[in-house]
Design a binder for this molecule. Structure first.
Ligand code: ATP
Length: 353
């Protein structure tokens, strides 16, 4: 369903309903219930929201949407398109048996081009859902404060049946850790959470403990030892570290083979590495002393991105930006080298007053 920005095609044909225009040409001379909407929903529209009759665009599009067809609606602004698509969605969702529940996940997604529209649609949706409290609306939009967005996601959206949360990168604050692992073990059920930590980051466990989250070490080496070695795996007499385990070595090889098979893939891995390191350097508060880039073995980090060597942290875009800045400075006559030239080689006139 497109709004505002995509009003190019017109497909809502008269075929669905013989809609007769009322005097002013905006409303249809039929009722909401005659369009096939659930009586409770029609009642909500008529009695509670005070809409006596559907608008023309609603009367034309609702029956077609209810029939399950794809619809593109093109109508002037303010003609009631919002209800034209929200009402059929609610009609379908309220009919589910057993009733839809927030733990079932997301059923419908409305994409709109602006924040204002997002709020408007949400407001209408809340009114329409007045009698259907088990259908939970939620919205996510850009430019919001992270905490606000998170609170709303916690309230409105849910990921059902998640049994295990695996975190390869450390969440920032302990509260964020709790929120992340809280995606599993919903409504009293059990769940598991795994967090990968490097030896230099072990102090993070103390921070989590302060906030009531105590983690047990997972004996990865022992677990790997339980896997039988395959024919092509390196034989090592005594495995003393995780990196020298045959399973880890062959997995690393396989990943590197995959990454280096295509330049595009290698670039993706490089970019991911650079972003990860930048994100790592952005930890705040007390965590700054735990997650210190200088303490990291960047070669090992690169390996974890299936790279054979550590990429430069000064990306091409940074290089381009620096070059552009220098060029601009030169054009503005601010760069010392250029000034020399501009002053006809008389460096004294610019470098010394
Ligand atoms: N059947 C109706 N009877 C009376 N008012 C209605 C009816 N349907 C919608 N409205 C009201 O008409 C106004 C415009 O509706 P809506 O915002 O859905 O229009 P729109 O076509 O989506 O506009 P835009 O393209 O600008 O987003 C709203 O205030 C809405 O509450």
């Amino acid at each position: 369903m497109f709004k505002r920005t995509q009003q190019t095609a017109r497909e809502t044909k008269q075929e669905a309903k013989d809609v007769t225009k009322s005097k002013n040409g905006l409303f249809a001379s039929c009722s909401f219930s005659s369009l096939g909407l659930d009586p409770k929903l029609s009642d909500q529209l008529q009695e509670r929201m005070g809409f006596e009759a559907p608008t023309l665009v609603q009367a034309q599009s609702i029956p077609v949407i209810l029939s399950g067809r794809d619809v593109l609606v093109n109508a002037a602004t303010g003609t009631g398109k919002t209800i034209a698509y929200l009402a059929p969605i609610i009609h379908h969702l309220q009919a589910y048996s057993p009733k839809v529940d927030r733990s079932h996940g997301t059923f419908a997604l409305v994409i709109v081009p602006t924040r204002e529209l997002c709020l408007q649609v949400y407001e209408t949706l809340e009114k329409l859902l007045h009698r259907f409290h088990w259908i939970v609306p939620g919205y996510v939009m850009g430019g919001e404060k992270k905490a606000k967005e998170k609170a709303r996601l916690r309230k409105g959206l849910d990921f059902p049946k998640v049994r295990c949360i695996i975190q390869y990168d450390c969440p920032g604050e302990a509260t964020e850790y709790v929120h992340r692992v809280g995606r599993t073990a919903r409504i009293g059920e059990k769940g598991e959470a795994l967090l990968f930590l490097q030896p230099v980051e072990i102090d993070y466990l103390k921070d989590l403990k302060k906030h009531g989250a105590t983690l047990a070490e997972y004996p990865l080496l022992k677990v790997l030892d339980k896997f039988p070695l395959l024919g092509n795996m390196p034989r090592i007499k005594k495995v003393i570290s995780l990196e020298s385990h045959p399973w880890v070595i062959s997995l690393q090889r396989a990943l590197e083979f995959f990454t280096y098979a295509e330049p595009k893939m290698k670039n993706l891995a490089k970019n991911a590495f650079v972003s990860w390191v930048r994100g790592y350097a952005a930890h705040k508060g007390e965590l700054k002393s735990i997650f210190v880039v200088k303490k990291l073995h960047l070669g090992h980090v690169a390996k974890s991105f299936a790279l054979k060597e550590q990429p430069s942290l000064v990306g091409k875009s940074h290089h381009k930006e620096t070059m552009k800045r220098k060029r601009d400075e030169r054009q503005r006559g601010q760069h010392p080298k250029k000034r020399k030239k501009m002053s006809g080689g008389n460096s004294r006139s610019t470098t010394k007053p």
